[in-house]
Design a protein. Structure first.
Ligand code: NOJ
Length: 840
């Protein structure tokens, strides 16, 4: 039968995968699993059923299909149900704040908040962002991001996500999602899956196809799927499928990734929306598990659609069974009720396409001139949180002889364009499509307008004024004469540099989303060298989207401190000043590895593919970032998890307690048959445009726009239309996978002591060696943030789960604890692990 044969295909695939990814194949998996209201979704499911049962076919279709680009106020809008006073759903970017509006906050990037390693801050940021989206009338916040995870260091959108480590990313995803959804807004985890570079993410001449991320079964489970599993377990309401192909099948119509992995194995109960125009087929994508299409039109403002009227026709002629349509809509409405949209909803009060108070309600058509912006201030007191995360995410990479923190220096010079304001204004570059002035977010859809942006120069100058320090600054990275004059004789020279990246629809200085190199932008490497050649107390501050090559100055004796401040958002200057002056003691640890040269990562962006579809073979398997550096024996500049403090910490007293949760039971049994909700009126005439209807130009409607096609060849994949009970997967059965994966197998604890002179926060990190020759040397599994006074000790405890010590087994399609001896390590970075013990 289909099920066992698809397992066999997967297994066969995986055995040959690393040798032959080039012919990677994504096996079919049908039917699309229908939701069952499990995993804490029962109440929402009941409410959704009641709502969906009253809907007509047209109303159901309207909820699945966007109205088209710039059809309404939000970046994405579903159709409405006027009869029930239901306005339709508003989907809005971004993962760091409400995009394309005003009176919103600009939060630190995902990569920054990850660098705090603080679950409290992960969640608080999510909650604050969620409440801002909610206050603007947004139903679905398009974030957080776990894809890209950060396979290649030059990947343009890595900063939107958290870290190339799946555990850190998974925890950050779960906490962010809970924060957003606690605020009554649906979170949308994206981009599912394999969306690891910007080049060729979509078909673009001369290529006819988007790249295929070719990922073997083990790597899929142990790396790329892992944080999405955590997202599902956290109850995420929506998942956005990506533009790229996965094993040569488009991610937004890939029945294996959507039906098999996401909806069956991970038991995802929410809805899948496409990335904007990532949908490339009509009925096929519906059967493969897509629940909502965005922006709804086939191409940007094309006016035609794969769904809308075509989905109505496909239901009427029996291609799409009622149960599949009902499942799409029930998933969408369940997510709505799950986060309490029915009680939290305020009307959409902004317009993404025009910040003026009055404008067109349907901007693409230039129709309905009316009030479109109410300029609602949703910032609350989030500035304080943004400043806190800014400081807590700043990694102190070098600090010779306690160069930092500063204490009322006599004379300080601040150098570099990156310390200064963009003279044209903070939002002068739309979607941040320039790198002018200080860098506080990357570019693309993952942005928000700044309400204001405190440049480092502003905050440092204010600090100098209150200290009575002499202060000079130079913003021109090329004016070395001015720089020489400024830094000569200064007690401290702080030199700022940045490196930017973003989404592929914007190219800056030849960088089409992905970075072309890992050097600093705007002559900043030369600027640092110049300052360091003069001033013996040079402090380097880096605002970068990921690692840059620091070897040229890392060991320079005049470079006494290096700080990575990432993309800190609107409070940038205040946050860096807090750290430099010791008001905040750095706690951050690097969330990626800093290589000495670009080749050190072993994998890179493919800029000019040699085949079509472009084949991106993830032959390195799970060996990205530190796992690769460790396996290849490459010494990094700074390792994953590394970061200094103004105090010191020691580790002692590792205790490992074995627990006995009982044996792991594969999930067995069958689902119930697919339910349907309400009745469908199959009379085509009742589903046509109402007489005299005025159709807004390029707007996508559910009404039939011609006769329902009949007599079409019905060569759909086997089982695609089958609503009978289906077998469950052994690794499935519960949100994120088999619930026993979260059984505690060992409790591990260690004592962490502040041995220095000031209060500080330490991030103890727990790594495990899974033991097989094919496993990474160590993998991160747990962490905490402990606030310790001088001399104080605290116990770090982590419950090691079954999942933590398992490998994915392709043959049984399940997680298995191998017989290889396993070791647990605890310490302050991936390479500084003073404590270890056997997990026996
Ligand atoms: C495309 C981007 O990939 C996605 O992240 C974003 O949410 C949509 N555009 C909508 O802007």
């Amino acid at each position: 039968m289909l099920w066992s044969s698809s397992i066999a295909v997967v297994a066969a695939l995986s055995n040959t995968a690393s040798a032959q990814l080039n012919d990677a194949y994504s096996p079919p998996s049908y039917p699309s699993p229908w939701m069952r209201g499990g995993n804490g979704w029962a109440d929402a499911y009941t409410k959704a059923q009641a709502f969906v049962s009253q809907l007509t076919l047209l109303e159901k279709v309207n909820l699945t299909t966007g109205v088209g680009w710039e059809g309404e106020s939000c970046v994405g809008n579903t159709g409405a149900i006027p009869r029930l006073n239901f306005p339709g759903l508003c989907l809005q970017d971004s993962p760091l704040g409400v995009r394309d509006t005003d009176f919103n906050s600009a939060f630190p990037s995902g990569m920054n908040v990850a660098a705090t390693w603080s679950t409290r801050l992960f969640k608080s940021r999510g909650n604050a962002m969620g409440s801002e989206h909610g206050g603007k009338g947004v139903d679905v916040q398009l974030g957080p991001v776990a894809g890209p995870i950060g396979r290649v260091p030059a990947g343009g959108r890595n900063w939107e996500g958290f870290s190339p480590d799946p555990v850190l990313t998974g925890v950050a995803m779960a906490q962010t999602i809970q924060g957003i959804q606690d605020a009554g807004v649906i979170a949308c985890a994206k981009h599912y899956i394999g969306n690891e570079q910007e080049h060729n993410r979509q078909a673009a001449a001369p290529y006819n196809f988007a790249y295929s991320a070719n990922i073997d079964d083990v790597t899929m489970h142990e790396l790329y799927l892992w944080p999405f599993a955590d997202s599902v377990r956290a109850g995420v309401g929506a998942i956005m499928c990506s533009y790229n192909q996965v094993n040569n099948s488009y991610a937004s119509q890939n029945s294996y990734t959507l039906n098999y992995l996401l909806k069956n194995e991970l038991d995802f109960q929410g809805f899948v929306t496409s990335d904007w125009w990532a949908q490339l087929t009509g009925a096929a994508s519906a059967l493969a598990g897509l629940d909502m299409t965005m922006a709804g039109d086939q191409g940007l403002a094309s006016g035609d659609t794969f769904w809308g009227s075509n989905l109505t026709a496909a239901v009427l002629n029996g291609t799409i069974p009622q149960w599949r349509l009902d499942d799409m809509v029930t998933r969408i409405m369940s997510a709505y009720y799950k986060v309490g949209r029915d009680t939290h909803k305020v009307p959409v009060n902004f317009n993404s396409w025009n910040l003026s108070t009055y404008g067109y309600q349907h901007p693409e058509a230039n129709e309905d001139f009316t009030q479109i912006n109410w300029h609602v201030n949703v910032q609350d007191d989030h500035a304080a949180l943004i400043r806190e995360i800014g400081g807590a995410s700043t990694v102190l990479l070098k600090n010779t002889n306690n160069a930092l923190p500063l204490n009322k220096p006599k004379y300080i010079a601040v150098i570099g364009e990156d310390a200064h304001d963009n003279p044209a204004g903070v939002n002068s570059c739309s979607d941040r499509n320039c790198d002018i002035g200080t860098l506080a977010m990357g570019w693309g859809s993952g942005t928000a307008n700044f309400p204001y942006l405190i440049a480092p120069n502003t905050a440092l100058k204010a600090q100098a004024a209150s200290d009575g320090s002499k202060y000079t600054n130079v913003s021109d990275n090329y004016d070395f004469d001015a720089v020489t004059a400024a830094v000569t004789g200064a007690d401290i020279a702080i030199v700022f540099g940045n490196a930017d990246s973003g989404e592929d629809y914007i190219t800056i200085d030849g960088n089409q989303g992905d970075r072309n190199n890992l050097t600093l932008w705007g002559n900043a490497d030369a600027l640092i060298a110049h300052v360091a050649s003069i001033n013996p107390n040079t402090i380097v501050v880096l605002h970068t989207v990921g690692p840059v090559i620091v070897e040229a100055y890392k060991n320079h004796p005049n470079v006494t401190a290096i700080l990575w401040a990432g993309l800190p958002g609107q409070e940038s200057g205040n946050a860096i000043t807090d750290v430099i002056y010791g008001k905040v003691n750095p706690q951050a640890k690097s969330v990626f590895t800093w290589g000495k040269q670009r080749e050190d990562w072993g994998v890179d962006v493919v800029y000019t593919p040699t085949s079509d579809p472009p084949q991106l073979n993830f032959n390195e398997g799970v060996f990205i970032d530190y796992r690769h550096f460790d396996a290849a024996g490459i010494e990094p500049s700074y390792e994953f998890g590394f970061g200094l403090s103004y105090t010191n910490f020691s580790y002692s007293n590792l205790v490992i307690q074995k627990q006995n949760p009982g044996p792991y039971e594969p999930t067995t049994g069958e689902t119930s048959a697919a339910p349907t909700f309400g009745t469908i009126d199959y009379n085509a005439a009742d589903n046509e445009f109402p007489p005299g209807w005025h159709a807004v130009k390029d707007y996508v409607y559910p009404y039939l726009d011609g006769p329902v096609p009949t007599g079409l060849p019905q060569d759909w994949p086997a089982g695609a239309q089958d609503g009978s009970p289906q077998p469950k997967l052994p690794a499935g059965g519960s949100g994120g996978g088999n619930r026993q994966l979260w059984d505690t197998m060992y409790t591990v604890s260690a004592t962490v002591t502040n041995t220095g002179g000031v209060k500080g926060t330490e991030i103890p990190q727990l790594y495990i060696s899974l033991g097989a020759p094919t496993d990474p040397k160590v993998v991160l599994r747990g962490f905490d943030d402990l606030i310790l006074d001088p001399g104080e000790s605290e116990t770090f405890t982590y419950e090691v789960t079954r999942r933590d010590i398992s490998n994915w087994d392709t043959a049984s399609q399940n997680w298995v604890v191998s017989t290889y001896p396993k070791t647990v390590y605890v310490g302050s970075s991936s390479r500084n692990l003073p404590l270890s013990g056997a997990l026996a």
